[in-house]
Structure formats: C-alpha cells, structure tokens
Ligand binder design. Structure first.
Ligand code: SF4
Length: 99
C-alpha cells in the first residue's frame, strides 16, 4: 500500500496487494513523479501525495549525518552522500523547481 493519495496512474502493481511508483522497478531507477535533472535540481511533482516510503525517508539521520537509504539512492546515480558541512536544510516541503 503506497498511501498518501498517490495518483493510481503513476503506479504499477508489485503483487495483488501492493503497488510501486512507475519507474522504480527497473534499472536505471527513475520515479515517474520526479521532475528535474538528477545531480542538478530535482523535485517530487506529487510531494503532498507521495507514498508512505517517501514520507518516511529522511535525508539525514538523528545525528545529522547522511541517511543510509538516501546515500544508497544517490550512489545509484553516481552521486556522493550528502555533505553535512554544506548545511542541513530545515525539514518541510522543499521549494518547487522554477519553470
Ligand atoms: S518522493 Fe521521489 S520517489 Fe517518492 S513519489 Fe516523489 S519523486 Fe517519486
């Protein structure tokens, strides 16, 4: 169950009981709801409706260090872990990308 009111047309079935965001079950992984260029500027186009796994993922752990899952996702796109010395953005909804 994705939760969060995800538009069903952006999902595909994992099994009879669960779904996943389109684009996340094949390599290279690229969620259909992701706008922008990875490594430059990206934004979730359904942020307020994003599924529960996305709501639960935090880029930083409780100690202000890069979260392990976030770092793995970045590594899949040849990006290094986030750098805490560059500042930890405040929690909350990020700004949308400029058109
Ligand atoms: S947060 Fe990322 S993975 Fe989740 S729905 Fe938005 S673009 Fe897709």
């Amino acid at each position: 169950m994705l939760g969060g009111g995800v538009p069903t047309e952006l999902t595909e079935p994992l099994n009879p009981y669960r779904s996943a965001m389109k684009g996340t079950l094949t390599k290279p992984v690229r969620c259909v709801a992701l706008d922008g260029r990875i490594g430059e500027a990206v934004c979730c186009s359904i942020y307020d409706q994003r599924p529960s796994p996305c709501r639960e993922l935090e880029p930083w752990d409780a100690n202000g260090q890069p979260d392990e899952k976030c770092s793995r996702a970045r590594a899949a796109h040849d990006l290094p872990p986030l750098d805490p010395s560059k500042g930890v953005p405040p929690p909350g909804k990020p700004e949308p990308l400029a058109a």
